[in-house]
Design a protein around this ligand. Structure first.
Ligand SMILES: Cc1ncc(COP(=O)(O)O)c(C=O)c1O
Length: 398
């Protein structure tokens, strides 16, 4: 079957909940993907940062295959011999006492919400069913009904209500005065992305994360940091909140935690916070299964062994500088941290992402006018140069 035939099948029988580029990928290795017609592309999106280690990483693949032959799923009714090692690895890499594994990112966000509310009732003493979590404008934390209920993007929330909006007051992202005004005696947490990825790689003003931490400390509130997209090296540091030397009470991770092999997510916290969850109060059939745990351990090791965080910082700075030097009347801003760059245009981005596809580069617009570049962190300078040549051609030719 060729590209058009696959697309016809998908359009006929699949829900139309995405608007993908018309490329049908059938093979991938490292930073490269190939489509069913034999064309090769550079993946400059890395599955929205789930592939920081690159496609089909050989070391993770080996673990995946080996573990699949031992035991894949036990459920949490029994213990397994991989999950304790993942707990230990996460503790060693991040310094948090404990973690709680789930599958998708949205489930981990839900887990953080439940943990923060439970902490609010059991530790802070908030009256039953009154706990509030302050969120930020422009947020993206996933697609469950609770989560879309505190989005300000109509394409996320419209038509899926009713919502419990009073439980999630919203402050303007980056505005500490506004955040302060939204805090009440019933606030149990503030939840933010340290950089907003889906928002278009939006970096808050310097001092914002520090200010959020301080307001949380002053008011006995938990600081929840969603690092699902920004974490595990994407921003040029292990976590984007390291840029301001803060220590959130709960860090939410997912995506690259499994190197793209398997949905694995988790929340990280100290015992004083995560200890509020007791047996039977939260869980998931697949969360913490041995296959996911084995893959996650190996995926984390690859980040360390291959210095992916350093590579992200170094090549990200290089790529950002080179993009800033492109003389195109359509580029209004280039912003980024690490290999995570938003190219803001004064016009619709889709024709450019389609033109880039024709040049062999896969990336995606976010909102109408922003192109997000987030290649696997294993990318090399030579390949970035190859890409920059083509990006410059596309952005200066229209
Ligand atoms: C910051 C952030 N939080 C949560 C999610 C949701 O993750 P998932 O799609 O795995 O549910 C995403 C996905 O893009 C994200 O970027």
């Amino acid at each position: 079957m060729n590209t058009q035939e696959y697309i016809a099948l998908e359009e006929a029988y699949g829900a139309h909940n995405y608007h993908p580029l018309d490329v049908v990928v059938s093979r991938a290795e490292g930073v490269w993907v190939s489509d069913v017609d034999g064309n090769r592309y550079l993946d400059c999106l890395a599955a929205y940062s789930a592939l920081n280690q690159g496609h089909c990483h050989p070391a993770i693949l080996k673990t995946f295959i080996e573990q699949a032959a031992f035991v894949t799923l036990t459920s949490r009714a029994f213990r397994n011999d991989r999950l304790p090692l993942l707990y230990k690895k996460l503790h060693d890499m991040t310094g948090y006492d404990m973690s709680l594994p789930m599958n998708s990112g949205a489930e981990a966000v839900e887990t953080a919400i439940k943990t923060a509310r439970r902490w609010g009732y059991d530790v802070k003493g908030i009256p039953e069913n009154k706990a509030e979590i302050v969120v930020a404008s422009g947020n993206f934390h996933g697609r469950t009904t609770t989560i879309v209920g505190f989005s300000d993007d109509p394409s996320s929330y419209r038509g899926f209500g009713p919502y419990c909006t009073e439980a999630f007051p919203m402050h303007e992202y980056g505005n500490l005065e506004d955040l302060k005004s939204k805090i009440t005696e019933n606030t149990c947490a503030v939840m933010i992305e340290p950089i907003q990825g889906e928002g278009g790689v939006v970096i808050p003003p310097d001092g914002y994360l520090k200010g959020v931490e301080q307001l949380c400390r002053e008011n006995n509130i938990l600081f929840l940091c969603d690092e699902i997209q920004s974490g595990l090296g994407r921003s040029g540091k292990m976590f984007a909140h390291y840029y301001e030397n803060v220590r959130p009470d709960i860090v939410i991770i997912g995506k690259a935690l499994s190197g793209g092999f398997y949905p694995v997510s988790a929340i990280l916290a100290d015992r004083s916070v995560l200890g509020v969850i007791h047996p039977g109060e939260h869980g998931s059939t697949f969360g913490g299964n041995p296959l996911g745990a084995a893959v996650a351990i190996r995926a984390l090791e690859v980040i360390e062994e291959e210095n992916l965080i350093e590579n992200s910082a170094e090549l990200g700075a290089y790529m950002t500088d080179r993009l800033r030097a492109i003389d195109s009347p359509h580029i209004t801003e280039v912003r980024g941290r690490g290999l995570w760059i938003g190219l803001v245009l004064d016009t619709k981005a889709r024709p450019y992402t389609e033109a880039l596809k024709e040049e062999g580069i896969l990336c995606k617009e976010t909102h109408e006018n922003i192109i997000r570049f987030a290649p696997p962190l294993i990318i090399t300078k030579d390949i970035i140069d190859w890409a920059l040549e083509r990006i410059e051609k596309v952005l200066t030719s229209k």
